[in-house]
Unconditional design. Structure first.
Length: 256
């Protein structure tokens, strides 16, 4: 069964500068920005998209808001179209509809995040959790990866229905796979999702990768967060140096 949600968003954000069409820094931007349409004069009819940001360390679990985060810089992907979150943690950007787009979010003391989107004419409204650096460093230590990432990016992949037993595969193969334990810690010992329905990859080579869902999940489609892919149950995800890319699927659970 499909869930047509008010476009809920869960992110961790952070400490590198916004992406910029002229001056992106770090590996992967050339591949990511190729073909991306921008609302700021780069094509695509823009529409208003609004996100609420809060501190992940003060909000536990999906749907539980934490403290509003003021002063996070949110930039349309591959452009200089940027805004700061207000005292309520809110920001509104004009983003292009019907094409590859997205945004980066940065704030000192928090983990940098990139969110790929394809937006409908109705726009995008959501909320997003930002992980402080100390929390993100603890997670990376759990999977024996350096934080902040050096010369690589990472991916966090969510199945909205929180299906246990789902698997994630990257094409081309790259990075170190992990899944979330029931207590939300990162683990290298698991080979599929728990009931949290979340996993990902650290130490991913920058560029464009394809994420494919398997195992106990089927009929998976991107839930806003991700770009089109050629294969079923898949999305294309941009990965850049120093950023965590977040993608999300809605899936059916395989009948047992």
């Amino acid at each position: 069964m499909r869930f047509f949600i008010g476009l809920v968003l869960t992110l961790a954000l952070g400490a590198m500068g916004c992406s910029d069409a002229e001056g992106t820094v770090g590996a992967g931007w050339d591949a990511v920005c190729a073909g991306v349409g921008g609302g700021g004069g780069n094509g695509g009819s823009p529409t208003a998209s609004t996100v609420l940001f809060f501190d992940e360390s003060t909000g536990l679990g999906r749907g539980n808001y934490g403290d509003a985060l003021e002063g996070a810089e949110v930039c349309e992907l591959c452009t200089t179209n940027c805004e700061l979150t207000d005292a309520q943690g809110m920001v509104t950007l004009q983003l292009p509809i019907g094409q590859e787009t997205g945004y980066t979010v940065v704030k000192e003391g928090y983990a940098s995040t990139l969110v790929p989107l394809v937006i409908s004419e109705s726009g995008y409204v959501g909320h997003a959790a930002l992980a402080p650096d100390d929390l993100e460093a603890e997670r990376y230590d759990q999977v024996m990866s350096p934080y902040p990432p050096r010369d690589t990016g990472s991916l966090l992949i969510q199945i909205w229905e929180q299906i246990p037993g789902a698997t994630f595969e990257l094409t081309p193969p790259t990075g170190k796979a992990y899944y979330l334990e029931e207590d939300a810690s990162y683990s290298l010992d698991l080979d599929a999702t728990t009931s949290r329905g979340v996993g990902g990859f650290t130490e991913v080579t920058p560029g464009r990768v394809q994420v494919t869902v398997g195992g106990t999940a089927e009929n998976c489609v991107v839930l806003m967060r991700g770009w089109p892919a050629d294969s079923q149950n898949s999305t294309t995800a941009p990965v850049v140096e120093g950023y965590k890319t977040r993608v999300r699927f809605t899936c059916d659970e395989v009948a047992r």
